[in-house]
Every structure is written in C-alpha cells, then in structure tokens.
Design a binder for this molecule. Structure first.
Ligand SMILES: Nc1ncnc2c1ncn2[C@@H]1O[C@H](COP(=O)(O)OP(=O)(O)O)[C@@H](O)[C@H]1O
Ligand SMILES: CC(C)(COP(=O)(O)O)[C@@H](O)C(=O)NCCC(=O)O
Length: 388
C-alpha cells in the first residue's frame, strides 16, 4: 500500500475541493477528499483553538475553520486508470511532491506529484481519528447484531489494530503516533479473493462474497462431529459443529462436484477464523482486551464479522473483544489525510480534522443514529478542518 496526499484548493461547480488523500493498495485504491461548503468558503469563520475542546490544534493563535464534507471512493488497483479519470473529472488533482510507484502515471496523466506518507503511520492515524472523532464508528457484532459502542477517550489505549487488506498487519497502538507492528499474516483478503476466484471462477469480489451468503461450509469442512460419530469432544471443549479441518472433506470429490457457494463460504470461514485466532494470540501476548478490525476484506459482511467475533470470544474465553469499524477500508487514506503536513511546516495544510457535530451545530452526516448497513460510499462525514 502506498499512502499519499496532496493539498490546495480546486474550484468545483458546487463546492471547493481542497485536500485529497489516496491509498494505493495491492487490491484497491482508496480516495478520501474534502470539499468545503460554499457558505464557509469565505474563510471568515474563526475560532480560538485554545478555547475549543478536543485535540484541535497545538497552536495558541486563532485560525479559520473550513466546514465541509469528507468523501470516500474506491477503485480496483488493476483499474487505476478509472481512478485517474475520476480524479480528473472531479478536478481533485493539484500540487505536491515525492516519487513512488505510481508517480509517473499521476505525473503524466494529471500533472501532479505524490507526497508519500508512511503506511503504518497512516493506518494508525486513520484508526485513531475515527475512534476519537466519529460517533457511531466502532461496533461489536454478536448474535447477528451490530451494536455501536461509544469510545471512552481515556480508555482507548492500548488496542490491537488488525488491518485485513490483501495481507494482514497487526499493530499494537499505544497512543497518537505510538505503535508497534507486532505481527501479520500473508493469509488475508488477497488470499480469499485469489483462491476464491480460482476455485469458483467468479468474476468479481462482490460475486464471490454474494456466493458465500448461500453456501454451507459443512459440505466441505470436516467437523469435529464428522470425526467423533456426531458427538462433541466435551473433554477438550469442542462441540460437534466446530470445524476440525477446513476443506477437510474436499479430498472426497472433484472440484466440479462442489458448489461454488459452499467453496466460497468455507474459504471465507477459513480465512476469517485464522485471522481471528492470530489476532487473539497477539492480544494475549500484550494483555490487550480490545481488537479493532479494519481493511476492505471485511466489507461489513455479517458472516465474516461473526466468524471473527465468535473466534475471538471463544479463544479468549470472553476476555477479549472484537470490534469493527464503519469506515473499515479507509484507515490508510484517512490517515494520510489527517497526517498530511504534520511533517511539513511551510504549507497550507490540514492541521486537524474534527467531525463537525462535535464542534459546530447543526450536525448531520455520517454520525446518524440509524446506521445499520454497510457504509455507503456516497455517504460523507461532515467535518471541520483547521488549517495551520
Ligand atoms: N471490489 C473489490 N475488489 C477486490 N477486492 C475487494 C473488493 N472489495 C473488497 N475486497 C477485499 O479487500 C481486500 C483489499 O483490502 P484493502 O484494505 O483495500 O487492502 P489493500 O490496501 O491491500 O488493497 C481484497 O484482497 C479483497 O479481499
Ligand atoms: C505488506 C502489507 C503491509 C501491505 O499492506 P496491504 O496492501 O495488504 O494492506 C500487508 O500485506 C502485510 O502486512 N502482509 C503480511 C506480511 C506478513 O507479516 O507476513
């Protein structure tokens, strides 16, 4: 993943786009950009940052607030030209600096250079931003129910951040900019999509995920009951329905004899289970009770979240808790957005970003009370940006 951001203002017909962050992952490109509301574009609204609550600014002087919206978009990395076209059509591009993998393409197509931000830094900054400033961001998923949990700022750290992208990174987070990547696994979202495509001949990730809804993993997975004549193995705490061996029954038939639905479901279960287990072991290693799962593998998919949550609960005997994030796939891009300029002192930069409802009224936007489905990318977060 490469996380990059660039700033300055670009006039759009209805709003002014200032600041764009882009996260170019192994599988997907994520964009986060900020559009200023017309009514606020005069820059005549000021607050004294030292008088406002929250981690607004380290500056003691007054500064203008830019009110507007954060927008989200994603594209397959293999179709980067669609992303370039989107940036061009929305006039999101402007200036910056730096040179990385896609620099030439962006330079040639859009005339912009990319400023590279550190990937792990961005993931953590994105997660911290969401957890600290966006209401109804983190939720548990138990018994097929999503429950949003308010985050107590004084009791946030340490937590384990597990980002399930193409591969998986596990990061112990101790504060703003204070973190350590403690583990990872190469069995991640790319594995599900890659193996799933080979085994089912699916054409898209969404198709593969949809198949999993209608599948039955018991046809392919070997269960404890299959080994012990339908009985639980009570002595070691395994029920008859627990999976003893993922894909363990697949030795009995040829690929064509299995339904793609069942294959997709078994594969999703295998990967989610494995990630849940490694995450729990790392949480245990550091005495961490709360694990936040991000990355686009999750896609707000009930079966994925249920498998991970049940796994963490089971292995930790209820000591550790799995939590999920509404903007799961945008951590890196959001992190690049909020981090941009922190390492530079001489630019018009995003100094701090606060969900508008927390500092301004009235509030609307992503912090609605009736969030029940996946995040819709057309949704925005209304927020205020405090430039330095
Ligand atoms: N539309 C999609 N196309 C491809 N993969 C998708 C899609 N939606 C979700 N995914 C899953 O998300 C993973 C990528 O997650 P992401 O967090 O974007 O990681 P990366 O930064 O490595 O691209 C893929 O490996 C796949 O499992
Ligand atoms: C290399 C990566 C950080 C890249 O991030 P991604 O694009 O997968 O989100 C990630 O794929 C990863 O952590 N892989 C696991 C490597 C390992 O620890 O074995």
């Amino acid at each position: 993943m490469e996380t990059c951001s660039f700033g300055d203002e670009i006039e759009e017909r209805e709003s002014k786009i200032s600041h764009l962050a882009i996260d170019i992952g192994g599988s997907l490109i994520k964009l986060v950009y900020f559009s200023r509301d017309d009514k606020c574009s005069t820059g005549d609204q000021w607050i004294n940052s030292s008088n406002e609550g929250g981690d607004v600014s380290s500056s003691e002087s007054t500064c203008p607030i830019l009110e507007g919206k954060l927008h989200f978009a994603k594209f397959e990395t293999s179709k980067i030209n669609e992303c370039v076209e989107f940036i061009r059509s929305k006039k999101l591009h402007h200036s910056g600096g730096g040179a990385y993998k896609y620099t030439d393409l962006f330079k040639e197509e859009l005339g912009v250079a990319l400023d590279k931000e550190d990937e792990m830094n961005c993931l953590v900054a994105g997660a911290n931003f969401l957890l600290k400033t966006v209401r109804h961001e983190a939720f548990t998923y138990l018994d097929n129910k999503k429950e949003f949990e308010p985050i107590d700022q004084n009791d946030l750290y340490p937590y384990l951040l597990v980002n399930i992208g193409s591969g998986v990174s596990m990061i112990k987070v101790d504060g703003d900019g204070k973190f350590e990547r403690v583990s990872g696994t190469n069995v991640g979202g790319g594995t599900y999509w890659g193996l799933g495509k080979l085994l089912t001949k699916c054409k898209s990730f969404d198709e593969l995920l949809e198949l999993s809804h209608h599948g039955n993993n018991r046809v392919i997975d070997m269960l404890v009951g299959d080994i012990y004549g339908g009985l639980d193995y009570t002595k070691i705490g395994l029920s008859a329905t627990a999976i003893a061996s993922s894909f363990g029954k697949a030795i009995n038939k040829d690929l064509e004899e299995y339904r793609p639905e069942d294959i997709s479901r078994s594969l999703l279960r295998l990967i989610s289970n494995n990630i849940g287990q490694i995450s729990f072991l790392n949480a245990l290693r550091y005495g961490i009770k709360r694990i936040f799962f991000g990355g686009f593998f999750i896609r707000g998919h009930p079966y994925t979240m249920d498998t991970i949550a049940v796994g963490v609960h089971f292995w930790s005997k209820g000591e550790a808790k799995a939590m999920f994030l509404r903007h799961e796939g945008f951590l890196g891009a959001l992190g690049a957005f909020v981090s941009y300029g922190k390492s530079r002192s001489d630019d018009i930069i995003v100094h701090c970003l606060v969900e508008r409802s927390l500092v301004c009224t009235p509030c609307r936007g992503a912090a609605v009370d009736t969030v029940d489905g996946n995040m819709d990318e057309s949704e925005t977060i209304e927020c205020c940006v405090y430039p330095s």
